[in-house]
Design a protein around this ligand. Structure first.
Ligand code: ZN
Ligand code: ZN
Length: 486
């Protein structure tokens, strides 16, 4: 009897999974069918790129497409952002899918028929504009996914929110923008998104591949400024003054000592780069002061906090030893982009159904940053990379993002369409994810000091103090009690 029961159960199970696979195959075929259109849209967007917070024509293009396929459309979110809402034929969770829309002040250097010839104003300068980070492909792939999914609405369980985001590269000086502003304007709350997914094309990953990393995947980005004040004197008599330039050169060395001698690099990477130095007017004058500015990249909240403290200490002590004074300011631009491990584990089979197991590759973390992390503070999230490099090319020979020679082979943009569409078909909320979401909400309500992600840290329950892996570090155990209670 038991045997019979298990046979019945097994065949029922096989039947459901076979049915599921039929639908997954159907969605893959639909993605291949829509590919020529996706390529056409991508090339159009590529030819007419727009800078951050200026994505007017791009937003219009997206809006018209979403209306044509019958989605509920909201515009003007976080300035030029567009959101499309697709209600499935069956009840279920709400899934967010995100594409960023902005281009960069870079002049395109190639002979493509759809190369950008656009120019714009950026910080008072006339600049070329180029989709040098591939956000044109993100928009096109998400529009493709919207079209595929709108065509099979009755098979979708739940609601899909298509998020077209402005200003991922950073809003112009003095303006708000990007994911942070979208979140602030409630894009994750109405309807409440249960899990969010995002992709980034990569010019140095072969077409047909997806790369991902569970847990922290992209770095937190902080910007710092250091002002060193000395005492001006004649260049021939440094002993009569205090040299801020010589002090600064020691500070730069000191910053690298924080990375190489004081950071636990086997735990997570740390980068400190000085990108700007300003000081002095003439060869034979030691100036009064100088400033430098740079960026800090970390993938662990505790290490981020430690690095900030060590920078302040190092700068202050070196300046002091030279008789100078120094001032450090640090501003966090983007938190760590964190892939919720439970969600990654749950959704990998969908990516494998989309493009084959052998093409979904686990990768290492990157020290680049993504403002997708702001969405990830509000719901379990998964951000992964889609290949855009021609097959067989050496990644070392492929131009990096943000450069004039940046190039994307768009022949396999179906990969992103398939990934998004398979995720939507397969995603189900389960107890674990629901708990993570609840804990986030709870933590957030209790204190806006607390990063909403704290409760979901793997180490959290083992050591309640200072072990969070990203976001804001919370150093007392009140949150632990809150999480335990929730
Ligand atoms: Zn970029
Ligand atoms: Zn980008």
């Amino acid at each position: 009897m038991r045997k019979l029961l298990s046979i019945v159960l097994l065949s029922a199970l096989l039947a459901t999974s076979a049915f599921a696979n039929v639908v997954n195959n159907e969605v893959n075929t639909a993605a291949e069918r829509v590919l020529p259109k996706v390529v056409e849209w991508r090339r159009h967007l590529h030819q007419y790129p727009e800078l951050s917070n200026r994505e007017i024509k791009t937003a219009k293009f997206v809006e018209e497409h979403l209306r044509r396929i019958g989605l509920e459309v909201r515009t003007g979110i976080a300035k030029t952002g567009v959101v499309g809402i697709l209600k499935g034929g069956q009840t279920g969770p709400t899934i967010g899918l995100r594409a960023d829309m902005d281009a960069l002040p870079v002049t395109e250097r190639n002979s493509l028929s759809f190369a950008s010839k656009e120019k714009s104003e950026y910080n008072g300068q006339t600049v070329g504009v180029m989709h040098a980070c591939g956000h044109d492909t993100h928009v096109a792939m998400l529009l493709g996914a919207a079209e595929v999914l709108a065509g099979m609405r009755d098979k979708i369980k739940g609601t899909v929110v298509f998020i077209f985001q402005p200003a991922e590269e950073g809003a112009p000086a003095g303006e708000e923008g990007g994911a942070k502003l979208m979140v602030k304007e409630g894009v994750m709350d109405n309807p409440k998104i249960d899990a969010i997914f995002g992709i980034h094309i990569n010019s140095q990953t072969e077409i047909g591949k997806i790369k991902y990393k569970s847990g922290a995947t992209m770095a937190a980005s902080d910007w710092f400024t250091i002002k060193v004040k000395g005492k001006q004197t004649h260049g021939s008599q440094p002993w009569s003054g205090v040299d801020p330039i010589a002090t600064a050169s020691q500070i730069i060395q000191g910053l690298q000592m924080i990375v190489s001698r004081q950071s636990e690099l086997t735990r997570a990477p740390v980068v400190i780069s000085v990108g700007k130095i300003n000081g002095g007017v003439r060869e034979n004058i030691i100036p009064e002061e100088m400033t430098m500015a740079g960026t800090i990249r970390t993938l662990d909240a505790q290490m981020q906090k430690d690095v900030h403290e060590k920078i302040k200490l190092t700068v202050q002590k070196i300046a002091e030893s030279m008789g100078a004074t120094a001032e450090v300011t640090i501003e966090t631009k983007t938190p760590v982009t964190y892939n919720t491990p439970e969600l990654v584990k749950k959704m990998l089979p969908s990516l494998e159904k989309a493009i084959g197991k052998e093409n979904v590759v686990e990768d290492v973390w990157t020290t680049g940053a993504e403002d997708f992390s702001y969405f990830g503070e509000k719901a379990p999230s998964f951000f992964f990379f889609v290949g855009g490099m021609p097959k067989g090319k050496n990644p070392k020979d492929a131009a990096a993002h943000h450069t004039p020679d940046f190039f994307i082979d768009d022949s396999r943009l179906d990969v992103g369409v398939k990934a998004f569409a398979n995720i939507v078909l397969d995603f189900k909320m389960d107890g674990k994810l629901a708990k993570i979401s609840r804990e986030n909400d709870f933590a957030e309500i209790q204190s806006n000091e607390i990063s909403v992600q704290n409760c979901r840290q793997p180490d959290f329950y083992e050591s309640p103090f200072q072990t969070f892996r990203f976001g804001v570090l919370f150093e007392n155990d009140a949150i632990r009690q809150l999480c335990d209670k929730s």
